[in-house]
Design a protein around this ligand. Structure first.
Ligand code: ADP
Ligand code: MG
Length: 240
């Protein structure tokens, strides 16, 4: 696992007078599965937007494989927190996938089918996108992120709004992809009990860097209470 593959150094982001990220620094090794956890509004999505090159740092530095995320963008698969679309939109799953495939000619049908198969959604290729359940739609979003053999996969709360069984399936899938493709995976999640059994490293942020380490070191009642406050019901014990 090559060290310091993704490097974030003193990253600060302000929305007007409001500081969303305050001098955040950490590094991620190549091939690692990393969870980013923190309370609502702690800057997780903003941080991911820097990692995938949707924001460019003016204060601090972000690099992936010594490149800026913007230059690395075609090698990053991103499953955003929200993907809004009109459910009555007359578009099939494979047509939706081809919107991403079109960006690189020659890859089209073969890769679309392969990526859908990878997530067990190939049989839905001709189904309307709006007819899928939340879990099925998330799997299509993951298939879309897999197109063109990405080196880094970034998921923003991939199991939000999905039941416990569906949640497990999503994480099993991420783990399978990581084992098979050796890509580096960054997951923002609230599911601490699930995260602890799937990831190598946990990064806790609350605008500032709070802590980083293995799940057994980071997901402890004391640290979780410090991060989320006393009222959290997210911690369900040490799952490792
Ligand atoms: P998280 O993903 O951890 O819930 P976000 O990164 O989405 O947090 O947001 C961090 C903070 O920045 C929140 O307080 C949010 O309200 C604020 N914020 C996010 N996007 C904007 C924006 N475009 N304009 C102003 N404030 C924003
Ligand atoms: Mg968010």
């Amino acid at each position: 696992m090559s060290k310091n593959y993704i490097v974030v150094e003193n990253l600060t982001h302000r929305f007007g007078d409001f500081t969303a990220l305050d001098s955040v620094s950490f590094s991620v090794n190549r091939g690692e599965v990393v969870a980013i956890i923190g309370p609502n509004g702690s800057g997780k999505t903003t941080l991911l937007e820097y990692l995938v090159g949707l924001r460019v740092s003016r204060s601090g530095a972000v690099s992936i494989g010594e490149k800026s995320p913007k230059d690395f963008r075609t090698s990053i698969g991103y499953v955003p927190q929200r993907f809004m679309f009109d459910r009555s939109l007359p578009i099939t799953v494979e047509e939706f996938m081809s919107l991403e495939s079109c960006a690189k000619s020659g890859h089209r049908c073969k890769n679309t089918y392969k990526a859908l198969k990878e997530v067990g959604m190939h049989i839905y290729a001709k189904h309307k996108l709006g007819s899928l359940s939340g879990g099925q739609f998330q799997r299509v979003m993951i298939a879309r992120a897999l197109l063109h053999d990405k080196e880094v996969l970034v998921f923003d709360e991939p199991s939000a709004g999905i039941d416990v069984a569906g949640e497990q399936t999503i994480y099993d899938l991420v783990k399978k992809i990581n084992d098979k493709k050796k890509c580096t995976c960054i997951i923002v999640s609230h599911d601490l009990h699930v995260v602890s059994s799937y990831v190598d490293t946990v990064i806790c942020i609350n605008k500032k860097m709070v802590c980083k380490g293995s799940p057994s070191k980071v997901i402890t009642p004391k640290k979780i209470k410090a991060l989320f406050g006393a009222a959290t019901g997210l911690y369900r014990g040490n799952c490792r």
